[in-house]
Design a protein around this ligand. Structure first.
Ligand code: MD6
Ligand code: FE
Length: 217
């Protein structure tokens, strides 16, 4: 019970944990990629900066977003969609860095989804208090491809429900370097992120960054 006090295993848990049929949590999977990943992330953000998008209902999202890849996910008063152009810069989104692609492919393969080629990477930035309400990812054309979700920076509580909005979500703590791969039977399950607790991460400071890789088209 107190082993964590002595050997630092308090938050380690099993390295791989099934969280639903078709969904697996790969703890620390980012580690071998981290050295190349963070500079590539910062370069992408420089080209297409974070912004708080509007929902179709007219609310501003608490999570700031940008994208890289051939297409990016956007929301505004007219709805949710993927677009090849960043509406803020008027330019194409930054190309998907090789290290992003490699990480996403390897994680998908590890989870049993070989041949995953994402064309979109949504980059989410959570500052303390930011949250993502329960939703389904359903703006992609082909639900047979999985989603690969990478957590960086401050830890967050990931809420993972079921096929109906009313299904009571389970809670998973996602830490820097964790990857969730998600597809098959749970591809359309409701999920969200609880309000981010304040903290200071050694590499990223007072924020959490989530990369969500999808095959949108
Ligand atoms: C987040 N993630 O972790 C939000 N969606 O910041 C998602 O909305 C998400 O992690 C689909 C699949 C995996 C995810
Ligand atoms: Fe989602």
């Amino acid at each position: 019970m107190t082993a964590d006090l002595f050997d630092g295993t308090a938050d380690v848990g099993p390295a791989e944990q099934a969280i639903a049929e078709g969904a697996i949590l790969l703890r620390g999977f980012v580690r071998p990629f981290e050295h190349d990943l963070l500079p590539a992330l910062h370069a992408a953000i420089e080209q297409s900066p974070f912004r708080h998008m509007q929902t179709p209902g007219g609310h501003q999202m608490s999570v700031a977003m940008t994208n890289c890849g051939a297409v990016g996910w956007i929301t505004d008063r007219s709805g949710y969609r993927y677009d090849a152009t960043d509406p803020q810069t008027g330019q194409a989104w930054p190309a998907m860095p090789d290290v992003f692609l490699l990480l996403a492919r390897q994680a998908a393969t590890r989870a049993g989804f070989g041949g995953f080629v994402p064309d979109a990477c949504l980059i989410n930035r959570y500052e303390p208090g930011a949250r993502m309400s329960l939703h389904q990812d359903r703006d992609e054309r082909d639900f047979s491809a999985p989603i690969v979700s990478v957590s960086l920076g401050l830890p967050a509580i990931f809420l993972f429900g079921g096929p109906k909005r009313a299904d009571k979500p389970l809670r998973y703590r996602l830490q820097h370097g964790d990857v969730v791969v998600w597809g098959g039977p749970s591809r359309l399950f409701f999920h969200g992120v609880a309000p981010l607790a304040d903290g200071d991460h050694a590499a990223l400071g007072r924020k959490r960054i989530n990369l969500t890789f999808r095959k949108a088209r």
